[in-house]
Every structure is written in C-alpha cells, then in structure tokens.
Design a protein around this ligand. Structure first.
Ligand code: GLC
Length: 467
C-alpha cells in the first residue's frame, strides 16, 4: 500500500492527518440529513441501513413492583443481578449482582459455549440468594427475567426475537437466526445441579431487550422520578459498541401493523452503528480498520466511534508514522506492539498526559513500547486526541440527528440517557460532544442534556421485566 504520509517530516504528516480528521459543520449537517433519511426509510420498511427495530416496549410507568432477575450480555462484560422494585418510582434496589469479563473464546466459539457461561452465572447468583434468604428470609419469589442482549435482534414480541446480525466482532456464527431466550433456557435446563429455593424452572422470559432500550427505560424511570421537564425519550450506548433507541408514537412506525400492541408509544432500536454515507468523514485509516474487521462494509459508523475500534484506528496511524520514519526512528519492532493498542490505553494516556508523563510512559511500557522520548509521547498523544475528538464530534452529530427527528424545531427539553465506557470514562468526550451540539444548534443546544446513567442495561432490564 502506498503511504499518504511524507517521509521523515512529522509536521507535514501531522497536517495531513489533521485535515483527514476534521469534521466541518457543513459536513455534519449533511450527515444529519442522511442519518434522518435512513431513519425514515427504516420506519417505512423500505431498504435502509437502519433496522429501526420495533421493540414492543413502552416506557415504564414507575409502578413496577417486585423482584426480577436481570441479565446483561453486552460484548465485554456479563452482568447478572437481582433487583427489587417497590413501585411509586422508588429507587430500584440491587439485592445481589455479579459481573465478569467474557473472554474472546467464550464469546466466539459457539452459541452453546456462550450461553452455558450465562446460565452458570445465573445459577451462582440464585445460590447466593438462597444463602442470603436463609439469613433474612424476606426475599420474594424470582420469576420474571429481563434479558439485555446487545446485538441486532429482530423482535417477534416483547420476550422473543431472532438474532439477525453479529456486530462488535462477535464471531459465533451459529447465533444467527436463534432466539437468545430459547438459547438461555436450553442452557439452564442443561445445568447439572438445580437450585432449590429459587428454582430455575420458575424463571420466565419476561422481556428481551437491546442495551439502548434498557438505557432509555431506566433514564425515563429516573426522569419521571425527578419530575423533570427534560423528558427522556432517547437512550444510547457509546462503549464497546455504539447505538441509540428512541420513543416514537406507534403510528409513526409505518411498518408496524400489529393491532394488538396496547400502547400509543413504542421504543425503537435504531441499530445506528450501521450508518454509512459520503457525509461521514471516513479516512484511509478507517478503510483499513474496516477491511481487517470480521464484517467489512458493515457498521461503518460504529467502527469510527466505538471503543472496540478507536484503538485500531490509532494503531494504523501510528504504524504508518513509524513506517514513514516520522516516529520511533522507523523501528519496525514497535509496529507489532502497537497492534495491542486499545481504546483503554488511549483514554488512560489522555487522562495522564501531559500532567503525569511517567504514568503515560508506564502504560506504553506495558505494551512493550519503551523507551519513549518526550517528543514521541507527544506525537502519540496528538494522534489519540485527533481520533477521540473526531469520534465525539460524530457521536454528537448523530445525537443531533435523533433529537431533531423527534423535535425538529427543538421546542422541548430532552434528556439523552447515555451509558458505555467511552461516554462515561473517556476524558473530555462528553465536553466535546456538548461543544459540537452548540456549534450545530446554537443556544437551542441548551434544550439537550447528555446524562451519564450507568447500570441501565441491568436495572432497565429489571424494570422492563415488570412493565
Ligand atoms: C452494537 C449492537 C447494538 C448495541 C450496540 C451497543 O452496535 O449491534 O445492538 O446496542 O453495539 O452495545
């Protein structure tokens, strides 16, 4: 591949990269237009990049009551929790919870391996609950299960659906066409030891949800609670993956024709990561990331903004800088090590540089990149900042597109409930999104609050299970 960077001239190379990574306002406006067009097409049921999946879920009322089991299978972590809801919009209480990282092997081998892990975690938690109950003896029965499964699932009704695609580099192909709840119950039945006080056989599939949907449900639950005039009708995740859900009048979902759905409104999962258009500021580096991914050409927007990919974009740029003798004196041994650069490294680096250079060096040393001269550190920092800043700008433009879709003149106030490691932990990410919203919308941007609401995928699922 011929390089686009000059040899041994970092200032010039940086200028070229900077230009590639700009996202001017005019282009953002085009992106908003294109994004909304795809939303309209998806709702009409014509061919669209957005699946615009009807979820059969309305917003919660706040009167949800009782104990439920929530499962959150996201793409990096698996969480299981028992949540108590007391009605009257009371704060949900997490009675017990467990969290563990899923290994690539567990996620990528096949459906059976993955769901066996989930089933065992549920069983462990219910056994713990039995112990807890022996002490307190006041925990009610556990029946309803809310399952957050954060991949594209075409819903059949509120508690069943079919996995229609695999995003976020998930490789277990036999998941396609299957219902996550069916897989879960098969795995639970196959467990050698059954729990007694809280029998697995009592569990019922109550709600199957996307993480953006549970985030919106939890956000709306909390906002009702606060009696805020900033209504919550949009939920999103900017973490390993990237996506949004929004609340619409059911009759605005033109392709949804089922008369039995009882509510006037329904949450729709956009599957927003799959956006692609000329207005998206793609670079040659994004092209390389895409080509090396499991599904080239698919989820192009997600591959520019989500945690799973930011490290890869940065790594490509750094490798290119090394190969063109603009960094590390063209030392090719470092190229291999750069491949292990992730979004977590970027985020920690930006948190510690320039304040704590030693910590920043340590991080690179962990990857085997050492020694690192001052100038080299500064270059790496410059590149991570360009990549993460562009990501925040693109994420903000997509938020603007979705808010303007439901409120074109921005006459109302909106809370956007957001979760995910990138939004929640990446230094400066939220601030950059807010600056972009101001650039795009002027003072009207004050009508939009971006609120970090963590635990939505767990608690939101527990609420949904009782809706
Ligand atoms: C991916 C999934 C989507 C999920 C998002 C955030 O885009 O396809 O369903 O909501 O990641 O986890």
């Amino acid at each position: 591949m011929k390089s686009i960077l000059p040899t041994g001239n970092y200032p010039e190379a940086l200028e070229i990269i900077k230009n590639l990574f700009t996202f001017p306002r005019e282009k953002m406006e085009l992106m908003i237009r294109d994004f909304q067009e795809e939303m309209h097409k998806g709702l009409a049921g014509t061919e669209s990049q957005f699946k615009m999946i009807p979820t059969y879920m309305p917003l919660p009322t706040g009167n949800e009551k009782g104990y439920s089991l929530a499962i959150d299978m996201g793409g990096t972590n698996l969480r299981v929790m028992i949540v108590k809801l007391s009605g009257k919009q009371a704060t949900p209480e997490i009675i017990l919870s467990s969290k563990r990282e899923l290994s690539r092997r567990e996620m990528d081998t096949d459906a059976q391996t993955l769901f066996a892990v989930i089933a065992r975690e549920i069983q462990k938690l219910l056994l713990q609950l039995e112990l807890l109950n022996r002490k307190n003896n006041n925990i009610g029965s556990i029946e309803e299960v809310g399952f957050t499964f954060s991949y594209p699932v075409k819903m059949v009704n509120r508690n069943s659906g079919i996995i229609v695609a695999l995003s976020k580099e998930l490789a277990a192909k036999d998941l396609l066409g299957q219902d996550p709840f069916v897989l879960l119950f098969q795995a639970l039945t196959a467990l050698p030891v059954q729990t007694q006080l809280y029998p697995l056989s009592a569990l019922k599939a109550a709600a199957l949800l996307n993480d953006t949907v549970t985030e919106l449900i939890y956000g709306a639950y909390l906002k009702n609670n606060e009696d805020s005039d900033y209504q919550c009708r949009i939920g999103g995740i900017i973490g390993t993956g990237y996506n949004f859900a929004l609340l619409l009048d059911t009759n605005a979902i033109l392709k949804f024709k089922e008369a039995e759905y009882p509510s006037r409104q329904m949450i729709v999962n956009i599957e927003a990561g799959n956006f692609d258009a000329a207005s998206l500021p793609k670079t040659i580096f994004d092209q390389w990331v895409d080509q090396k991914s499991l599904k080239p050409g698919f989820y192009r927007l997600e591959k520019m903004v989500a945690g799973n990919y930011l490290g890869r974009i940065t790594a490509w740029i750094l490798k290119e800088l090394i190969q063109t003798d603009n960094l590390f004196n063209a030392n090719s041994d470092i190229i291999e090590k750069i491949n292990n650069f992730t979004c977590v490294h970027m985020s920690l680096l930006e948190a510690n540089y320039p304040g704590n250079q030693e910590k920043a060096r340590e991080l690179l040393k962990e990857l085997g990149i050492s020694p690192v001269m001052d100038e080299e550190l500064s270059i790496i920092h410059e590149i991570t900042t360009l990549v993460s800043t562009r990501a925040a700008y693109i994420a903000a433009a997509s938020v603007a597109a979705i808010v303007l879709f439901i409120d074109p003149k921005l006459e109302q106030k909106h809370t956007i409930a957001l979760d995910g490691s990138v939004f929640g932990k990446y230094p400066g990410y939220k601030a950059k999104m807010l600056v972009t919203l101001h650039q795009l919308l002027g003072n009207k941007a004050e009508q939009i609050k971006l609120e970090y609401i963590s635990d939505g995928s767990g608690i939101g699922a527990a609420i949904a299970a009782k809706c």
